[in-house]
Write a protein that binds this ligand. Structure first.
Ligand SMILES: [Zn+2]
Length: 80
C-alpha cells in the first residue's frame, strides 16, 4: 500500500517536471522570428513589428514613431 503511494507521488513529480520543462522549452516557439529595428536597435517579434518599406528595403520597427523617424531621416539622406 505504501509502495503505491510512492509510485503515485513519483508520477505526480514526473508530470510536474515534464510540464515545467515544456513551458520553459526555448524551442517551443520557433515560429516567433525576431527582427531588429534599424532606428533604435531594439529586437521585436516579427508579428508585432511595424513594417515599412524604406527605399527598396523591407524594414521592421518597434513602433510607428521609429518607423516615421527612420523613414524621414532616410528620405532626407537620399534626397540631399
Ligand atoms: Zn524603435
Amino acid at each position: 500500500m505504501a509502495r503505491l503511494a510512492i509510485i503515485a507521488a513519483l508520477l505526480a513529480v514526473i508530470v510536474l517536471l515534464f510540464r515545467s520543462f515544456l513551458r520553459s522549452d526555448p524551442y517551443a516557439a520557433p515560429s516567433t522570428e525576431m527582427v531588429q529595428d534599424p532606428n533604435c536597435g531594439t529586437f521585436v517579434p516579427k508579428p508585432e513589428a511595424v513594417f515599412r518599406k524604406v527605399g527598396d528595403r523591407d524594414c521592421y520597427f518597434c513602433s510607428q514613431k521609429c518607423a516615421d523617424e527612420y523613414q524621414s531621416r532616410n528620405a532626407h539622406n537620399s534626397a540631399s
